[in-house]
Design a protein around this ligand. Sequence first.
Ligand SMILES: O=P(O)(O)OC[C@H]1O[C@](O)(CO)[C@@H](O)[C@@H]1O
Length: 329
Amino acid sequence: MLDHNLPTEAQLSAAIDSAKCRVDVDDVYFVACGGSYALMLPAEYVMDRQSKTMAAHALNAAEFKARAPARLGKSSIVILCSLSGTTPETVEAARFARERGALTIVLTTVAGSPLDEVAEISIYYKHDPKRLETNDAPALLARLTFGILAAREGNEVVAKLDAALNQLPGIVDKAVAAHEGRIATFAEDHKRDTVIYTMASGGNYATAYSYAICIFQEMQWIHSAAIHAGEYFHGPFEITDFDVPFIVLKSLGASRPMDDRAIDFVTKYSNRVTVLDAEELGLGALATDIVEYVEPLVFGALLRVYCDKLAFSRGHPLTVRRYMWQMEY
Ligand SMILES: O=P(O)(O)OC[C@H]1O[C@](O)(CO)[C@@H](O)[C@@H]1O
């Protein structure tokens, strides 16, 4: 649902128009920190899969500035995201990109924030981790990325994006209802765990990464790592054992065979694997050429419900921090 008090739609159109007007665009950088960085990974995936002329790079904001890509300049678009608009590394990255002549487009919830001030174009979004609105950051990043692809290359998949995004809230509601029992069991079974791994591939790796670093490590102080399903066989599978917990996301996209291979192995040697399958969640109802670009959003919203319940069972609210925002770092 659109919030007509926000200028989001006009800002999104302005951003796409600016990208269209650039003489050359060779590179699109997706730059942020933490959970906002995780949101950039599906956008990088979209660009890699769809663009014939633009290379995509998702980078942590401090890494982006330190790396100072030699190609960064007038033929670059730098898309940045910060919920608060205040994360210093992201603000610095935006300033650096502007100085290099790149088109800077930022997504933030806070008008007038340092990031908003420093960027050429801002898009304001609404944030609710359990709802999937078309004016929240994950959907806006998909719309912006596909919008740029359509404006510069005539990409036609974009035509299916809005219809798919509009179906997601209903899909999430059904999935949450269908998983009610599994969510309660998961929370009880995992409330004393000190480690939970996440695993995925393709665009869903972003969701696995986000849940490993933001939810389990940051908000629950549970050890975790996001394992890429393709990389699982090249080191991580050695930690698999009957009592080691995993959450595995199974795609309906190009990476599904990678997920299948990892699931076959991990479920053979661990008794504690939670598999969330995009097909079983009802994502098969979406057009086949769009589904892999929107499934990370559905996995993210469903996992949030799993983790809210887990946090409750553990008596550890998702809002508690030891270091973040508590001290200098
Ligand atoms: O730049 P943002 O989106 O405000 O993020 C700031 C912080 O919020 C998180 O994304 C989640 O708490 C952290 O990972 C990050 O350090």
